[in-house]
Design a protein around this ligand. Structure first.
Ligand SMILES: Cc1ncc(COP(=O)(O)O)c(C=O)c1O
Length: 374
């Protein structure tokens, strides 16, 4: 079976330049910090239009953001349950309380569910300090509404943009949303490195310096002085070299993702629910996710696998039902639970050939036309 995301094909495009950079780093023995890290932060900052600090992963980006905002044990943060575990994990790890909120039909935090959860939390005497919004599958959340509600109620917003680097929200990078935004460079992400990596983006000068210190053991301006208890969450020079090279072809890759999504849309929209991209937003299609009838989703997946077409269910079990998270509060989760039973993501990466796209479309339609699983 071909890979769900063909990282090896992309690797061939950037390999020689990156190997050159690796060789340079080895010759200079500048593995942590230094020129590549500084250039990577500058390039990412220019791309997004906001100050950037590269860090060791998307998870650490969230942990650092929460530490810098002063999350205290027992304080609650609203977070979707239809997401990757890290969005809630970062809160729980610091002793905070993830308060799970349902999503809307766009897979992202629902503003009405957020309002209902806030009322529920108040009634239960839970002290809430913030919201973590997630741009799931690469589509920006409804940031204006979320930010407005948060501001009205004295909450901060962190944007977990782990899946949406490159997406546009009302003419600007979606990484401009939230008091801090966090992204991931996990290899399979739209902009991925060759190991673990991530970044935070922030405007506020104090938060910038605080996170800069926290990612390096809480060190102060003078070496071996520690005003804060921090962690080691640096991104190394080699991963920065990978990002610097991949950033050069990133926009071109995004256009390819868009054109594949368009072909899928046109071929499949009459038989199944395809992604909807609202006005004022673009998606980077970290995943191309369909919503099927729950009764046939697993059969469709099996049928496609038999035809050598890999698909993935993101996500089969919501976070609020996971053993580690069941103890935390949750609002009504009906949409989240429904999605876990009905979503299916098709192969999506910039190097997916037209022949492979056609085969995926053909096999998908074939299932419906022959009614072999219906
Ligand atoms: C929504 C979301 N948040 C956070 C993360 C964590 O990123 P990382 O894997 O780089 O720690 C991921 C990555 O998988 C993610 O998809």
């Amino acid at each position: 079976m071909k890979p769900f995301i063909d990282l090896a094909a992309q690797g061939q495009v950037v390999k020689s330049e990156i190997l050159g950079a690796f060789s340079d780093i080895i010759d200079r023995a500048a593995f942590i910090g230094g020129d590549y890290v500084e250039r990577c932060e500058q390039a990412l900052s220019d791309y997004v239009g906001r100050r950037c600090l590269v860090v060791s992963s998307g998870t650490d980006a969230l942990v650092l953001a929460l530490m810098a905002l002063g999350l205290k044990p027992g304080q609650a943060v609203f977070v979707p349950s239809f997401t990757f575990a890290a969005s809630a994990e970062a809160v729980a790890l610091l002793g905070g309380v993830p308060f799970f909120v349902d999503v809307g039909t766009d897979f992202n935090l629902s503003i009405s569910a957020l309002k209902a959860s806030y009322t529920q939390a108040k009634k239960q005497g839970i002290y809430c300090v913030g919201v973590i919004s997630v741009d799931l599958f690469g589509l920006p959340a409804n940031h204006d509404e979320i930010q407005q509600f948060a501001s009205d109620n004295g909450l901060w917003v962190i944007n977990d943009a782990a899946q949406s680097f490159g997406a546009i929200y009302h003419g600007q990078s979606v990484l401009k949303q939230g008091v801090i935004s966090a992204t991931s460079f996990f290899p399979a992400k739209p902009l991925g490195c060759w190991g673990d990596g991530g970044a935070v983006f922030v405007d506020d000068e104090d938060l910038y310096h605080h996170i800069s210190s926290l990612r390096c053991h809480g060190q102060g301006d003078v070496r071996y002085t520690y005003p804060y208890v921090g962690i080691n969450a640096r991104m190394d020079a080699m991963q920065c070299a990978v990002i610097l090279s991949k950033l050069k072809i990133f926009d071109q890759e995004l256009r390819r993702r868009e054109s594949i999504a368009k072909r899928y849309d046109e071929a499949l929209r009459d038989i199944v629910a395809t992604p909807v991209i609202p006005q004022g937003k673009s998606s980077v299609y970290a995943q191309y996710t369909l919503v099927l009838e729950p009764e046939i989703r697993d059969q469709v997946k099996k049928h496609l696998a038999e035809k050598d077409i890999p698909t993935v269910v993101y996500y089969p079990i919501p976070i609020h039902l996971q053993p580690a998270y069941q103890k935390f509060p949750a609002g009504d989760m009906s949409q989240t639970v429904k999605f876990c039973q009905s979503v299916l993501s098709l192969p999506m990466h910039p190097y997916l050939s037209e022949t492979d796209q056609d085969q995926i479309i053909y096999q998908f339609k074939h299932i419906y036309q022959t009614e072999s699983v219906l």
